[in-house]
Design a binder for this molecule. Structure first.
Ligand SMILES: [Zn+2]
Ligand SMILES: [Zn+2]
Length: 274
C-alpha cells in the first residue's frame, strides 16, 4: 500500500479542507498520510477536535512545514509528530502568521503599483480558512483574473524571490526551527533537498543543525537524486521520508492525489498511535 507524507490543506495554500483531503486519501487507498501545512497546525487540530480523525486503514501523522531564513536559497523544514498544543511552537507560529499578513498587504500594494488590478479582499476570498496567507493565494487570483495562464508563470514573472512583486516575510533560522520542532517532541526533516539548489548547503543542513530526517522521495527528484539523497541519509543517520507536496491545484506539484506515493515502510517508522 502507498503512503504520502507531504500534503497541504486549505489551512495553508492547498485547495482541499482537511476532511476533504482525508476523504481523497481514502479514495486512492493511502495507508499513511501526513498533513504538512505551511506555518500552521490548524488543519491537523481541526481533524482531531472535530473527531474527523481518519480511520479504517488510513493513519494520520501530524506535521508542519516551515520556511527557514536564507538570503538566496529556499530551505523548507518539515516537522512530524509535533505536539500541536506546545506553547512555544504556538507563539512562534503566531509571530510568523502575523508577518505573512503584513507581507501580503505589501505585495498587493506592489502589484497594484505595477498595474495589476487586484484587491486584498479577492486574495482573502481565495485564502478562505487559511491564516498563513501565501504567494500561492495571490498567484491564484492573478490567474483567475487572466493576467497569467498558470500559477507557475505568475511566480516566475512576479512572485519569486528577486521578482518585482516579491516581499519577504519573517522566517526563523533553520537551526532555530529544528530546535523548536524537537522541543515540541517532533522529528525535523529537510524537505525537498533538490529545491534548495545547492548541494553543499544541503550537506551542511543534514550534518550541522540537528536535522533528523531527509525527504528523499519527491516528484522533482530523479533516480540519480534519490540515490544521492539515500546515501546522504545513511551517512548522517537520517530517517528517510517522502511525499507528493499535493496542493490540489496545478503548479509544480502533482494535481492528483495518489500519483506520487512512497512505500509504507518509511511512513510506518514515523507513525505514533494516539
Ligand atoms: Zn516546501
Ligand atoms: Zn509543501
Amino acid at each position: 500500500m502507498p503512503s504520502d507524507l507531504h500534503m497541504h490543506t486549505s489551512f495553508s495554500d492547498g485547495t482541499l479542507s482537511p476532511e476533504e483531503l482525508v476523504a481523497a486519501a481514502k479514495e486512492v487507498g493511502l495507508s499513511y498520510m501526513a498533513i504538512t501545512d505551511h506555518d500552521t497546525i490548524d488543519g491537523v487540530s481541526q481533524l482531531y477536535e472535530d473527531g474527523h480523525y481518519p480511520s479504517r486503514g488510513l493513519r494520520l501523522i501530524p506535521g508542519i512545514e516551515f520556511s527557514a531564513h536564507h538570503p538566496v536559497h529556499d530551505i523548507h523544514i518539515l516537522g512530524y509528530n509535533i505536539d500541536i498544543y506546545h506553547r512555544e511552537l504556538a507563539d512562534k507560529l503566531t509571530e510568523i502568521t502575523e508577518s505573512r499578513w503584513t507581507r501580503f498587504t505589501a505585495m498587493v500594494a506592489k502589484l497594484q503599483g505595477l498595474g495589476y488590478q487586484l484587491k486584498e479582499s479577492e486574495v482573502l476570498a481565495v485564502a478562505d480558512t487559511s491564516r498563513a496567507i501565501s504567494r500561492s493565494h495571490i498567484a491564484r487570483v492573478l490567474v483567475k483574473k487572466n493576467f497569467f495562464p498558470s500559477v507557475r508563470e505568475a511566480f516566475a514573472v512576479l512572485l519569486e524571490k528577486g521578482k518585482p512583486a516579491y516581499v519577504p516575510h519573517y522566517r526563523p533560522e533553520a537551526a532555530e526551527i529544528v530546535s523548536l520542532i524537537k522541543k515540541a517532541g517532533g522529528l525535523p526533516v529537510l524537505a525537498h533537498p533538490k529545491l534548495v539548489q545547492n548541494e553543499d548547503l544541503v550537506e551542511y543542513l543534514c550534518r550541522d543543525i540537528g536535522i533528523e530526517g531527509l525527504e528523499v522521495f519527491y516528484p522533482q527528484h530523479d533516480e540519480a537524486d534519490v540515490v544521492r539523497y539515500l546515501h546522504l541519509a545513511e551517512k548522517y543517520h537520517l530517517q528517510i521520508t517522502g511525499g507528493s507536496d499535493f496542493h490540489g491545484f496545478t503548479s509544480r506539484h502533482p494535481t492528483e492525489l495518489g500519483v506520487f506515493t512512497i512505500d509504507d515502510s518509511y511512513a510506518e517508522k514515523l507513525y505514533r498511535p494516539l
